[in-house]
Write a protein that binds this ligand. Structure first.
Ligand code: ATP
Ligand code: MG
Length: 137
């Protein structure tokens, strides 16, 4: 089994989609093994998205990620990283496959409802950014 890290972004939390999005993740075979609601500060969001600093969409990304509450979750299952990315759909919701979270719920590339780690290494770093080991399980 593998772990991955998921965020339900402010655009989705604000539209009451926490349950529907979590249900899709769970139906895919992933288990939620840790979960909490947070409202990120600008500093926390900037630290999380440090790799995107300087990109044209960076400022808007930080603004959107701090615009409201988020749900951070640790997901566990077989091939969790890839499975989560599959259920999420592509970054651009217009290009996302039918039945994916982003196709069905995302508003735009910037307000694309969810985040999911892109590799097991990113997952480990992102989980550690938000959770202490004693908060998991
Ligand atoms: P995430 O990391 O949120 O799971 P991702 O891996 O599909 O999404 P990244 O390339 O890591 O996408 O970008 C992080 C986030 O920045 C995206 O989810 C999206 O909200 C925003 N973003 C990325 N590329 C663009 C872009 N070209 N225009 C606008 N926003 C973008
Ligand atoms: Mg990414």
């Amino acid at each position: 089994v593998q772990r991955t890290f998921s965020i339900i972004k402010p655009d989705a939390v604000n539209r009451n989609l926490i349950g529907e999005i979590t249900a899709r993740l769970e139906k895919s075979g992933l288990s939620v093994i840790a979960s909490k609601m947070l409202h990120l500060t600008t500093e926390q969001a900037a630290g999380f998205y440090a790799e995107h600093e300087g990109k044209p969409f960076y400022e808007t990304l930080i603004t959107n990620m701090t615009a409201g509450s988020i749900i951070v979750q640790v997901l566990e299952g077989e091939d969790a990283v890839a499975k989560n990315r599959e259920v999420m759909g592509t970054t651009d919701p217009e290009k996302a496959a039918p039945g994916t979270i982003r196709k069905d719920f995302a508003v735009s590339m910037q307000k694309n409802s969810v985040h999911g780690s892109d590799s097991p290494e990113s997952a480990a770093r992102e989980i550690a950014y938000f959770f202490n080991e004693n908060e998991i399980y």
